[in-house]
Design a protein around this ligand. Structure first.
Ligand code: HEC
Length: 242
């Protein structure tokens, strides 16, 4: 044990352990794939809401392919080229499978003719994917899109104590570099785990639902939060168990 660590323990401070670069890279890749998939839904929102259109062509395979392309465009990294034998490759494949499962099981809703808005928006899609991923992974890894407690719409997305703490002490502190992620090697319910949190900010297209006037009901039936352009809107939170 290092002297610094001994000193901290003696002083009653709990030390913060750095996550390994490999784990952080894996966690960020999984988050980027989810964001890529969400981009595909967002780019197709007008088509999804079109009551005149039947088959939208948004099959599981089509969205997985679109997500890979979106991730490549956003990060320069192609998830299709990651060695499937590595932990990163395994989790990317699991994420792709979750996306496919959610899209395939929602084809009837999505392709329904005569209904305009179907409630299939990026945030709902992302939540369904993260829930599917959690079931598939059965406790090996988790991903969740959460938000500052005062902004949470769906209680299932509520931040836990660790996430709330990072949101308050890091992402909402004036000195935090915009867009910078937070990572830590810690424990979750007593199990060693790497946690990586990525902040997300509201863009103009988000404010249609999350912006002003505060309290006005948006198209999805939720009251708008009254947020402004560039405010911290959410956090993609990834947990990798050792
Ligand atoms: C069409 C309206 C709409 C738009 C546009 C929209 N959202 Fe949302 N957002 C929602 C709804 C509805 C939920 C709740 C989804 C659910 O049931 O889990 C939500 C949930 C979220 C959540 C998860 C936490 C929570 O509150 O449950 C985050 C984070 C979020 N939105 C951020 C954004 C960001 C960032 C954008 C722009 C890129 C955006 N939203 C655009 C409607 C919208």
């Amino acid at each position: 044990m290092s002297l610094v660590l001994l000193g901290m323990l003696a002083a009653g401070l709990s030390p913060i352990f750095a996550a390994t670069q490999d784990d952080v890279d894996t966690a960020l890749s999984v988050a980027e794939f989810l964001r890529g998939a969400r981009t595909v839904i967002s780019a197709n929102q007008a088509r999804l809401n079109d009551p005149a259109l039947g088959d939208k062509g948004l099959t599981g395979d089509a969205v997985v392919e679109g997500a890979a392309q979106a991730m490549l465009k956003a990060t320069g990294n192609d998830p299709r080229k990651v060695d499937p034998g590595t932990e990163k490759g395994r989790l990317l494949a699991a994420m792709a499978l979750a996306v496919k499962e959610v899209m395939d099981s929602n084809q009837r809703l999505i392709n329904q003719k005569g209904t305009g808005f179907k409630g299939f928006v990026p945030a709902v899609f992302a939540r369904l994917v993260t829930e599917q991923f959690r079931r598939d992974q059965s406790g090996r890894a988790e991903i969740k899109v959460t938000a500052p407690p005062e902004l949470v719409r769906n209680r299932k997305a509520s931040p836990d104590a660790f996430e709330t703490d990072v949101i308050r002490a890091k992402f909402q502190s004036p000195g935090w570099a915009k867009g910078a992620f937070y990572s830590e090697a810690t424990t979750v319910d007593g199990r060693p785990a790497t946690r990586v949190l990525v902040p997300e900010y509201y863009g103009a297209d988000c404010l249609v639902c999350h912006g002003m006037p505060k309290g006005e009901i948006d198209i999805t039936g939720y009251p708008k939060e009254g947020a402004s352009l560039g405010d911290l809107g959410g956090v993609v939170s990834i947990t990798l168990f050792d």
